[in-house]
Design a binder for this molecule. Structure first.
Ligand code: C5P
Length: 231
């Protein structure tokens, strides 16, 4: 089978309070997205890497290594739309049973070992799967009472069997297209696996690593830098 990487990088990074889109923030001397791309380029298992950016993106050409990856300028209003548009654009290049590893640009700590671990564990599966981490904290359900300044816990959710989804999330091209086409609410379908689950399939969970964190808040940049400096 062939394995392709698809990196949605069309977000605006609203929570980062940075000047530009967060995928271009400097992490240890390289734009975040370049670290993410390099993880796939360093894996011998990946046939080709595609990056999805918005049509107005003016920075991407300075970031991608020439010839090594394909840039698709068809980003949408949500991650879901960006991935869907990209998959549509690849209809002529990918076969029904080719694997697609969808990976957030905002997870620059991915490396070849994690990619290999996921492919080894899931490459023979009928459905596919994703990197994820078991929840280690106690999880609270909370609600905000009228007039309160902070939310209050109403119960604790047993953390047994709870996982935090990371990416890559790998599924076969046709199944992923069908699942995303059936997804309508981008606020509920926040990753690829949730669209697959909504079809009634059960994606496998493969233990990831904290280095594969999603850079979301300014402090995450320092954590990512630390992991990338000590591979
Ligand atoms: O915003 P968040 O960190 O959840 O975004 C996850 C990934 O989805 C990022 O790599 C971001 O660039 C991408 N994205 C996208 N198109 C959007 C929104 C987010 O490709 N419209």
């Amino acid at each position: 089978p062939r394995y392709f990487a698809l990196i949605p990088a069309a977000g605006v990074g609203a929570r980062m309070a940075a000047d530009g889109p967060k995928q271009y923030i400097d992490i240890g001397g390289k734009p975040m997205l370049r670290h993410t791309i390099d993880a796939f380029l360093s894996s011998a298992l990946i046939s080709h890497t595609y990056v999805v950016v918005s049509a107005h993106d003016g920075q991407i050409d300075a970031v991608v290594p020439p010839g090594a990856v394909t840039v698709l300028r068809c980003g949408g209003a949500s991650r879901l739309a960006s991935v869907q548009n990209a998959l549509r654009a690849l209809a002529g290049e990918l076969g029904e049973f080719d694997w697609v590893l969808v990976h957030d640009a905002a997870r620059p700590g991915l490396n070849a070992a994690l990619i290999a671990k996921l492919i080894d564990a899931v490459g023979n599966d009928a459905v596919g799967g994703l990197l994820a981490l078991p929840v280690v904290d106690t999880v609270k359900r909370a609600s905000m009472a009228a007039g309160a300044n902070v939310p209050a816990a109403t119960s604790s959710v047993a953390r047994d069997g709870l996982w935090l989804a990371q990416t890559p999330q790998m599924f076969r091209y046709r199944l992923l297209c069908d699942a995303l086409a059936a997804a309508t609410d981008a606020s509920v379908i926040t990753d690829d696996a949730s669209a697959i689950e909504a079809m009634g399939f059960a994606p496998r969970l493969v233990e990831g690593h904290p280095r594969n964190l999603k850079v979301t808040l300014p402090a995450d940049i320092r954590i990512a830098e630390m992991y990338l400096a000590a591979p």
